[in-house]
Design a protein around this ligand. Structure first.
Ligand SMILES: [Zn+2]
Length: 115
């Protein structure tokens, strides 16, 4: 994805492009999931099913969705993507494998200083 996402999404090329407008037309200007029509207050969004041709999308790359369905679908896609990622514990394991003193015993503390 050479093109910056926000730059492309805000561009006239995207807003008025054949792929985006073609998908909205093909969907009958309704959400493909819940079938709600887009309105001026809540316009339909066009979801990228793939970023393979980002910047020169084909109609099949896109899906017309209402804002709520777009949010749910994007959230689910990210959830599936990140579920396979396991947090790295190698950085913290040594702390638990050996006892770490709560203070440096080589440094004497004169508690009288704190009274
Ligand atoms: Zn919807």
């Amino acid at each position: 994805m050479n093109l910056h996402y926000r730059e492309h999404i805000c561009s006239a090329r995207w807003r008025l492009g054949d792929a985006r407008l073609g998908e909205l037309e093909a969907a009958g200007h309704r959400c493909r999931t819940c079938y709600e029509p887009g309105t001026s207050e809540a316009p339909l969004e066009v979801h990228h099913r793939t970023y393979e041709r980002f910047g020169c999308e084909a109609i099949g790359d896109l899906t017309a969705l209402c804002r709520d369905c777009h949010r749910v679908i994007t959230d689910e896609i990210r959830r599936r993507r990140y579920v396979t990622i396991r947090p790295r514990i190698v950085d913290t394991a040594p702390l638990y494998e050996r006892q770490v003193p709560l203070f440096d015993p080589t440094v004497g503390v004169n508690f009288n200083e704190y009274r």
